[in-house]
Design a protein around this ligand. Structure first.
Ligand code: ADP
Ligand code: ADP
Length: 225
């Protein structure tokens, strides 16, 4: 098992957002998370990505209980094993696509040549190599989001957490992005947890959960026939 979340609780003030979420993710699994606006999807994704801590409950990543590791080790796991994609690409405007994609590897202390090589390969893989030298302001929405995906993958994470990654894209680009996630899973065995409002996109995953009133109210699994 790649990730296990046990009885996750989270409140903001006296608003109980998560009230006992239990979730298991297998290696290379693609999971979609749906639910009404305000259901706690982003909160859950942040907790699963160690960007936020639960008030109660446990997170176990590749067998390691995360509440028991040092802040330093948690940072290392977050930077090396996890990747993040958000609704808005959040690329740095003054850097090129290639520089943006290479940045997490450079921060990680990976050799400069290797970092740029990885970033260039990923831009090629994602079909945006011709945009490598462009700043984000000169990219289309779909291109910018693919550069953001390259950035999320440059440290070769085991799991990518994506919060409405296609929320800002038209339908064709949205489908293309989700197809890329499935291809990345096939090629690199990267797992994905994808928050989306779109039922059709959610159905592309292996499994889906529906969050309601702070718990998983429904769950479905793709049937292979
Ligand atoms: P979703 O992603 O499903 O729309 P969120 O996780 O963003 O839901 O939010 C769930 C609830 O938690 C909302 O009521 C939201 O206002 C509240 N919330 C989220 N983050 C914070 C925060 N940092 N401080 C206070 N309330 C928050
Ligand atoms: P190389 O040894 O040249 O890095 P690989 O076969 O390891 O060749 O990788 C080829 C391409 O796939 C490179 O762009 C690399 O960054 C990318 N890649 C390899 N492993 C992963 C992974 N786990 N996640 C994402 N991208 C990866």
């Amino acid at each position: 098992m790649l990730l296990e979340a046990i009885d996750i609780h989270k409140s903001y003030g006296n608003v109980q957002v998560l009230r006992g979420v239990n979730l298991q993710l297998q290696e290379a699994e693609v999971l979609s998370v749906m639910g009404a606006s305000g259901a706690g999807k982003s909160t859950l994704l942040h907790i699963l990505g160690t960007l936020d801590t639960p008030d109660r409950g446990q997170l176990i990543f590749e067998g390691t209980p995360l509440h028991a590791v040092s802040a330093k080790q948690l940072n290392k796991i977050r930077n090396q094993a996890l990747g993040f994609v958000f609704q808005f690409h959040n690329l740095l405007p003054e850097f090129t696509a290639l520089e943006n994609a290479a940045m997490p590897a450079l921060i990680q202390g990976i050799d400069k040549a290797e970092a740029y090589e990885r970033a260039a390969c990923l831009l090629e893989y994602l079909g945006v190599a011709h945009r490598a030298k462009h700043e984000p302001g000169r990219l289309s929405g779909g291109e910018a989001q693919r550069v953001a995906v390259a950035r999320a993958l440059v440290n070769h994470p085991r799991l990518v957490l994506a919060d409405e990654p296609s929320g800002n894209l038209d339908e064709a680009n949205a489908i293309h992005l989700h197809e890329l996630f499935l291809k990345l899973r096939e090629d690199f065995r990267t797992a994905f947890i994808i928050v989306t409002h779109h039922k059709e996109l959610a159905k592309m995953a292996d499994r889906g959960v529906w969050l309601n009133e702070g718990v998983i109210a429904e769950e479905w699994q793709r049937r292979f026939v």
